[in-house]
Write a protein that binds this ligand. Structure first.
Ligand code: GTP
Ligand code: MN
Ligand code: MN
Length: 609
């Protein structure tokens, strides 16, 4: 790897033949003014951040408020993942399945090559070598993102391990990598002034699972543009994991230590904006319990030599939902961002160079500049921050990060939780009978939609294992893969599976469970189950806690409220079952018989209850 400067351009050759050829091919197609290979140094980051300030994309926050941190506002039409523009382009349509948009790879490539033609004109093409997970993992998972967005570079630097060390190891081991091509799709004519947030009305987020390649066009927003995250670590990785016998899941990883000093690692899958980052940074309210974060969004799980499932967090940063993150709900997240080195997108700004969003503080500031750049007061009647505004911040700054977040081969998982936002039906917590029943709980997981994706908010949709937008192949094959993993593993060593719901509401429409730090009381029951300390009671939908098994000391919750939170409600399950039937109908012949049998068994138990 050598860097030379010619004509004011930064050139760099690599001894990695496939990479060199790919960079050359893309440069010829997209015709950038210059190519910049990302080394990952702090000086380089400082220069890029300054360039982003100069171009109006970034506003630097006050150094005494948020050191080395920046604010960006996106185009109002580019604020979330665009699921209807997201494609899985497998050779065979059947391999994309009913949960994905599909187009034949050649046809898609034809359309996108036309879009990419000259699309980086007037811009710099950045080449970002990165690794998801650890460079020292048994199987390092490399990627290279080509992008014409310096905002993407600044964010990728926080979210993944990037730069020269990665490239060097790729060269030395002649490693294969996932090709991640991204353009905002906004070429600049000679002398044309750039806009703060370049993007294109035409957007495509496209995955070629067989080739392990990603092509993204037209959006600068996180999940569409930081290709290491959802596109690679979930969609492409889930397809790799299916082929290789491991799991790539939309899960947080939490290290929990009980008052006796015994540690358990828990993974939890909740759909977007349903509380993963919050639970990953749990501040337990019950004495003697300690929580530490390993990951807040993605878990890759592989069998270890001891037969247990080990999870790694493939990411290096947190890309969290800002609204609702506050000093009273998630102090650790606030402390992480206070440490600086962060990028904030679509939040509001204070007049003294800081950021603010709904839920950060109990009292609203008297005046702000909202995410659209307008003057804002509490009387404005509009939200100051976009509901999907995000902070992008290094995990290493999190005061409660477990050292294991940086462990190359991960942590052994004792329990898996599935949860969603359901106002009714789903109780606070239920344990599955076994892995197959747990897989059923995951496969039928549902949630009311949120602002994390474009579309209507508050509609109940099924979201298998919280992976609906992220399964990179056929959903029937995906749920079958879960069953297969369970069959491969030894039942005693497999994680125990639970379903949770922090969002059940009472008749007045208020959350019955206080949530956030109080969720430690639910986790304590989960751990008590793992350790054989809680007995629970059988119900048609799984094992529920006896009310006295939930520690409610110091909690402002009546026995009646607790009972409402925990209840199996026959009438609502009678309404739920036809919805599950309809959902399973979508899988057609691809529904594994074991899941059909689970539904039949559940119907029978509910009818007899
Ligand atoms: P992605 O990063 O998009 O995958 O989402 P996430 O699952 O990490 O969601 P996050 O933790 O950021 O939570 C999003 C929203 O859920 C915020 O508005 C929180 O205030 C709310 N929330 C999180 N935990 C709880 C809880 O225990 N109870 C209630 N009522 N709300 C919660
Ligand atoms: Mn997520
Ligand atoms: Mn999150």
């Amino acid at each position: 790897m050598t860097a030379t400067r010619r004509d004011g351009r930064i050139h760099m050759s690599t001894t990695h033949k496939k990479l060199a050829a790919w960079v050359e091919e893309i440069a010829a197609l997209t015709t950038p003014d210059q190519i910049h290979w990302i080394t990952g140094t702090d000086e380089e980051a400082a220069q890029l951040n300054q360039a982003l300030v100069d171009s109006g994309t970034f506003i630097k926050l006050a150094e005494d408020k948020k050191p080395n941190s920046y604010y960006a506002a996106s185009d109002p039409g580019d604020v979330a993942r665009v699921e209807d523009r997201t494609y899985i382009c497998s050779k065979d349509e059947k391999d994309a399945g009913f949960t994905n948009n599909w187009m034949a790879p050649d046809e898609m490539k034809g359309i996108m090559r036309d879009l990419y033609q000259g699309c980086m004109k007037g811009r710099t093409m950045y080449v970002i070598p990165f690794v998801m997970g650890h460079l020292e993992a048994d199987q390092p998972m490399y990627g290279v993102e080509i992008t014409d967005s310096a905002y993407v570079v600044a964010s990728m630097r926080v979210m993944a391990r990037v730069g020269s060390a990665v490239l060097k190891q790729m060269e030395e081991t002649k490693a294969d990598f996932v090709e991640c091509l991204h353009s905002v799709g906004a070429p600049l004519a000679e002398g044309e002034q750039d806009v703060p947030w370049p993007c294109n009305d035409t957007k495509y987020i496209v995955h070629f699972p067989e080739e392990r390649a990603i092509w993204s066009f037209g959006s600068g927003y996180g999940g569409n543009a930081l290709l290491g995250k959802k596109c690679y670590a979930l969609r492409i990785a889930s397809a790799i994991a299916h082929d290789e016998g491991w799991m790539a899941e939309h899960m947080l990883i939490l290290k929990l230590t009980n008052p006796e000093g015994k540690t358990h690692y828990i993974a939890a899958a909740f759909p977007s904006a349903c509380g993963k980052t919050n639970l990953a940074m749990l501040a337990p309210t019950i004495p003697g319990w300690k929580a530490e974060m390993v990951g807040d969004d993605i878990a890759w799980m592989r069998f270890g030599e001891d037969g247990r499932l080990y999870a790694v967090n493939p990411e290096f940063g947190l890309f969290g939902v800002a609204p609702g993150t506050g000093w009273s709900t998630n102090r650790s997240a606030m402390e992480t961002i206070e440490a600086g080195n962060s990028v904030f997108t679509n939040v509001a700004r204070t007049k003294d160079g800081d950021v603010w969003w709904e839920g950060m503080t109990d009292e609203k500031p008297a005046e702000l500049i909202d995410w659209k750049g307008n003057e804002w007061t509490p009387e404005s009647g509009e939200k100051a921050a976009h509901p999907n505004a995000r902070f992008c911040t290094p995990i290493s700054q999190c005061p409660m990060a477990a050292p294991e977040y940086d462990s190359p081969n991960g942590v052994p998982i004792s329990a898996i939780l599935f949860g969603g936002r359901r106002a009714t039906t789903i109780p606070l917590v239920a344990q599955s009978r076994d892995w197959t029943h747990g897989t059923y709980m995951g496969a039928t997981l549902s949630s009311e939609t949120t602002a994390a994706a474009v579309g209507a908010v508050g509609v109940v949709r099924r979201d298998p294992m919280a992976m609906l937008p992220f399964i990179g192949y056929n959903a029937g094959d995906y749920v079958q893969h879960w069953l297969t993993i369970g069959q491969k593993g030894d039942a005693d060593k497999m994680p125990k599976i639970f379903q949770v719901n922090w969002f059940r509401k009472d008749d007045d429409g208020k959350f019955v469970w206080p949530g956030f730090g109080e969720n430690s009381r639910v986790l304590a029951w989960v751990v008590d189950r793992l350790e054989g300390k809680a007995e629970g009671v059988e119900s048609p939908i799984g094992l529920l806690p006896k009310p006295e098994e939930i520690n409610t000391d110091g909690l402002d919750l009546t026995d009646e409220q607790l009972a409402t939170a925990l209840a199996f409600d026959k009438a609502s399950w009678e309404k739920e079952l036809p919805l599950v039937e309809e959902w399973f109908g979508k899988f057609g012949d691809e529904l594994p018989v074991e899941l059909r049998a689970e539904l039949d068994g559940l119907k029978d138990r509910v009818s007899k209850a």
